[in-house]
Design a protein around this ligand. Structure first.
Ligand SMILES: *Cc1c(COP(=O)(O)O)cnc(C)c1O
Length: 356
């Protein structure tokens, strides 16, 4: 073990797995890099972060993560440009949101320097795993969970912060058929929908399975009280274009404050696209589909950037979206990915170069 200049303890993997990875056929988040960052919270403080070989974690059966689900995560990516320089995108927003999620789940907040120094050191060590093919990137998964022991239903006294990374290919979901959900809810007022808390996603699996059985790929979540307002598309924010106006719902207790969502809003405004952040009713969208003014619907999130929806189902009827030339989805996606891959000027200051 030795200590890096940034006060991170580093234990290098003895051999690399890189030759075992088929970089031409990368599924999303299923193969991992040589190393991971681990930082323990004990005795009321975060300890010095360590980089160790990627490996299983040992936990007591009474660890609170298993019983009470005290667990949060982030999703971000590292990108490589033509000259092998490495970039992150709005990474401090991921750190801020990790701490917003932490607060809500009574998990101790993580200092920014542990997050950033740990992440940049890890990326430099596993640099060879960041794919260069168009649309490929290194998916980064920072997460914190309760490792502390005890069956008592109260916050744990120990936590682990880990960053693990997975080289991932270009994300293309194909035609996405979604079902507007009116029975189940993803989140509620006063709940934890705005946090990237593990249990939020577990709660989505069953309603999504039901939708898949009916021939859909994904669920459109509506508000938990009236099921009349559109909130999110699976684990993505949702955008709806009616005529030439781009609509998305306001962030709240129930709607996650996506970094892709807010980037899209800012870029769209700069492009002169009319945007409206307001409640969007199912009635309005169905009427727009019927009278031909519904032009586009797409999900927005780090993994796919934008994921165009081809059909939505509502109360037994499927409504097909038209194929729109010069659609907003592709235009916005290209602008964002050009910034991410260092292919264009970044007037917003969103791109961050990872250097020594
Ligand atoms: C992570 C997430 C998003 C997208 O957030 P990004 O920061 O754009 O990746 C949207 N909705 C939910 C529920 C999410 O978990």
């Amino acid at each position: 073990m030795n200590t890096s200049t940034k006060n991170i303890i580093v234990e290098k993997a003895k051999t690399s797995k890189i030759n075992e990875i088929d970089f031409d056929n990368l599924a999303f988040g299923s193969v991992f890099t040589d190393h991971m960052l681990v930082c323990d919270y004990k005795n009321g403080a975060w300890e010095t972060p360590k980089i160790v070989p990627y490996q299983p974690i040992t936990l007591e059966p009474s660890s609170k993560i298993f019983h009470y689900g005290q667990s949060i995560f982030e999703g971000m990516k590292a990108y490589k440009d033509e000259n092998d320089a490495i970039f992150l995108f709005r990474q401090l927003d991921n750190h801020k949101r990790l701490n917003i999620s932490a607060r809500r789940m009574a998990i101790p907040e993580l200092p920014e320097e542990y997050f950033m120094d740990g992440l940049t050191t890890l990326l430099q060590m596993d640099e060879a795993f960041i794919p260069k093919a168009s649309g490929s990137s290194l998916y980064i998964r920072p997460f914190i969970f309760a490792s502390g022991k005890g069956f008592h239903a109260s916050p744990a006294d120990e936590y682990k912060f880990i960053i693990a990374c997975a080289p991932s290919g270009s994300y293309f979901a194909g035609k996405v058929k979604v079902l507007i959900e009116e029975t189940y809810s993803r989140s509620a007022n006063g709940g934890v929908g705005y946090a990237k808390a593990g249990g939020n996603y577990a709660g989505q699996f069953y309603p999504t399975q039901l939708a898949v059985q009916k021939g859909y790929n994904q669920v459109i979540w509506t508000d938990d009280t009236s099921h009349e307002y559109i909130e999110e598309a699976g684990a993505m924010n949702i955008f709806i274009r009616i005529n030439d106006t781009l609509l998305t719902g306001p962030t709240s207790d129930r709607i996650l404050d996506g970094i892709t969502r807010k980037s899209i809003l800012e870029i769209a405004e700069d492009l002169g696209i009319k945007t409206e952040v307001r409640k969007i009713s199912v009635t309005e969208v169905v009427a727009a589909a019927k009278n031909g003014t519904l032009k586009e619907m797409f999900g927005a999130g780090t993994a796919a950037v934008v994921s165009p929806i081809s059909t939505f189902g509502y109360r037994g009827t499927d409504y097909d979206l038209p194929e729109v030339k010069d659609n907003y989805a592709s235009k916005l996606k290209n602008i964002i990915t050009d910034i991410q891959y260092n292919k264009s000027e970044d007037k917003y200051g969103w791109r961050f170069k990872v250097t020594d």
